[in-house]
Design a protein around this ligand. Structure first.
Ligand code: ATP
Length: 362
């Protein structure tokens, strides 16, 4: 077990700045997910930790020691990739035993560790099969088994579930999380799937364009996104962002979207010095309230553009001038496309971002 520290990591490929000053502290036994869109630098960060890429600037520490000049094999870290990279001609047993034979461990110790890992992963009955006789999920377990038997200081995983179908993926993510908690092995896990990150991580590092946008526990990332990128990346559907001008009318701070006025009475002291500036109102779909009646002056009228029944809930697309915002509500037959409804926001769930810097104001 180990802690990992990444300090001001910079990595370029010719003119591409793949990683641009990433710093991360990963505690002993922690499960940290690097989350972000394609090309944001997740894999490159992971490969620098593994020693498969050499940083241009910055330091990687494992257990407090700088490992920049240590080759991958001396870092005592196990990688699990998206393509499981199993040896097709070897049995499951031999695939798992292979890294231990390379290290010249005694035969009985190899046997003990392979059987223990097989028990943990529930693949004891598959030990004599070859990879092509296994399902995707089983192959994934074997790949994990091969990482576990080494008893490494840390696991580094790059989209390990992305080759599995949606149902198996959801099943395996819980299995993997449970296994990581049982083994207490520090894990860095790369994914572009925000639901996977939310479900598995102790902490999530949200990345964009080679930089960490926010590094925090999942609930904070969800409830207090540091900027519009994080708000828009997390959640399905993501947070609605509505541009508005901060105005003052009769001493009250009003946010003018061009479509409706939002009275920012509870946050006026914070927004007063932004008067004349532009902001985004960030509101999650589940924090939008819909009604067929006008309850008070805080609600505004909108037309339902489309209704998307999802089973356990429904998504309502609402017209806001030329834009669409999405609300998520309990299933009901009350609403249909073309209907006019009254729309309100849960006030305590409204986020305000600066339109220029895109950073959270309140
Ligand atoms: P994905 O989810 O698509 O794997 P990622 O977030 O893991 O994306 P990286 O693979 O780290 O992103 O890539 C970051 C940037 O660096 C991208 O623009 C990519 O094209 C570039 N890059 C990565 N590896 C190399 C390489 N070996 N040579 C040149 N450019 C590279």
């Amino acid at each position: 077990m180990s802690d990992i520290r990444v300090e001001n990591l910079v990595k370029r490929f010719d003119k591409t700045l793949a990683v641009n000053g990433v710093s991360l502290d990963i505690d002993d036994g922690e499960f940290v997910v690097l989350l972000g869109p394609s090309g944001c630098g997740k894999t490159t960060t992971l490969r620098c930790i593994a020693g498969l890429e050499t940083p241009d600037e910055g330091y990687i520490y494992i257990d407090g020691n700088v490992v920049n000049s240590l080759p991958p094999k001396d870092r005592d870290i196990a990688m699990v990739f998206q393509n499981y990279a199993l040896y097709p001609h070897m049995t499951v047993y031999d695939n798992m035993a292979f890294p231990l034979r390379m290290r010249k461990l005694p035969k009985n110790e190899i046997d003990r560790r392979v059987k223990e890992a097989a028990r943990l992963l529930n693949i004891q009955h598959l030990l004599n099969r070859r990879p092509k006789q296994l399902s995707g999920g089983e192959q994934q377990r074997v790949a994990l088994g091969r990482a576990i038997v080494r008893q490494p200081k840390a696991f580094l995983m790059d989209e390990p579930l992305s080759n599995l179908d949606a149902k198996l993926r959801v099943y395996m993510r819980a299995e993997l999380k449970r296994l990581q908690k049982d083994l207490k092995i520090t894990t860095v896990y790369v994914t572009h799937d925000q639901a996977e990150a939310m479900a598995m991580a102790d902490r999530i590092a949200v990345m964009n364009r080679g930089r960490i946008q926010q590094y925090d526990v999942p609930t904070e990332i969800y409830n207090k996104p540091a900027n519009t990128f994080v708000g828009g990346f997390i959640g399905s559907p993501p947070m609605n962002m509505i541009k508005a001008l901060v105005t003052e009318k009769n001493g009250e701070i009003m946010l003018d979207t061009g479509y409706f006025l939002y009275n920012a009475k509870d946050i006026s002291s914070i927004l007063r010095d932004k008067t004349g500036g532009e902001i985004y109102i960030g509101i999650r779909p589940e924090d939008i309230l819909l009604s067929t009646h006008k309850s008070d002056d805080s609600v505004f009228e909108s037309e339902i553009y489309v209704v998307e029944p999802m089973g356990s809930n429904m998504i309502i697309d609402l017209k806001l001038g030329d834009d669409i915002i999405k609300a998520v509500i309990q299933p009901t037959t009350e609403f249909h496309a073309g209907m006019h409804v009254w729309v309100g926001f849960r006030r305590e769930k409204v986020h305000i971002f600066d339109a220029k810097t895109e950073e959270l104001i309140v």
